[in-house]
Design a protein around this ligand. Sequence first.
Ligand SMILES: Cc1ncc(COP(=O)(O)O)c(C=O)c1O
Length: 405
Amino acid sequence: MSDTATLTRKADFPGLVTQEGEVWHYLDTAASAQKPQPVIDAMSCALGKDYATVHRGVYGRSAQMTSGYEAARRRVANFIGAKSENEVVFVRGATEAINLVAATWGMTRIGEGDRIILSTLEHHSNIVPWQMLAERTGAKIEVCPLTPDGQIDLGALEAMLTPRTKLVSLAHVSNVLGSVLDARKAADLAHSVGAKILLDGCQAAPRMRLDMEALDCDFYAFSGHKLYGPTGIGVLWAGSELLEHMPPYQGGGAMIDKVAFDGTTYAPPPQRFEAGTPMITEAIALHAAIDYVDALGPDRLFEHESRLAATLRDELRKLNAVTLFGPEESAGIVSFALEGVHPHDLGTILDEENVAIRAGHHCAQPLMDHLGVPATARASFGLYSDESDIDALMRGIERTRRIFG
Ligand SMILES: Cc1ncc(COP(=O)(O)O)c(C=O)c1O
């Protein structure tokens, strides 16, 4: 190993150094990505010398911020292959995007006895909003099983679909197993019975080239902080026709056309879904993050991270003391269990070695139940990861084994 082929300069990421100035082997990118300097600079300028609120001001600075905010929306649209920036709704994150769909489209289009299909590997954000909707409407949740290697079983999905299926909502990439969904096939299947499909793109947006037209999904959700941007901003994409017919989510400023006590009318999408002062600085920083990622090339990101995942799986296998979860071909995310060591203990010892992994249920408790474990250790790569991070992780695991020997 120690071929330190890297996609970008680690030096672009000030967060990859410990407070003592040592190298930090950050292997928790699936939870949240470190930020490159251009994103930090964009955020800092937007909060500092460029700052003003948007949409309301008649003064120049506000007009400039408004065009920066709307340029960010166009940049997102272009990055994900949307037909128009009006299909891009800024939200707080993927969680809010999914809740928005459940509360608006779901409350008007899903009724008693209708079916919503999820899968065993979903993040809680793509389970709980649908359970809440089901409680309110009397709809039923059905769970699509996984193949033995941890992919969503599209054969099983096909068999589950009926005219009562109104929504299929699936992770494009699993945050625990790294499994990549054949999203287009899932969309075609859902559409074959007239159901809509929502893709939770939280782990796909930072790792894959996205093209809404080619995916042919109905809703797509992701978070900015996993895409090397700031927290507090995410994206809900939906086609114009769908958005047009969805009622507002929250009420307040900015989402209205005209307010009167005898009746209020609403703005067209996407503003209809963006009540209140928006995440101005976050949108501008997200724009910078997308520029950064796009310049490297999403296809190269996928190739880079899946290669690192394959290398790590090989190294872990050599120990003969590790259970590996998920498919061999993973989008840069590797979950495992080390014999005789609780993932939390492993995570704590690795921390002493300046290696950060995640230990826990990863907000996917039904998947943990399915795997028969309370928690897994998870190493997830980012565009700044390289073999030196795998070397450090393996050294830390060897030390842990000696301690628990
Ligand atoms: C697959 C998946 N879906 C949804 C989420 C929720 O994202 P957020 O907490 O940014 O809203 C995450 C975050 O871990 C995720 O990995």
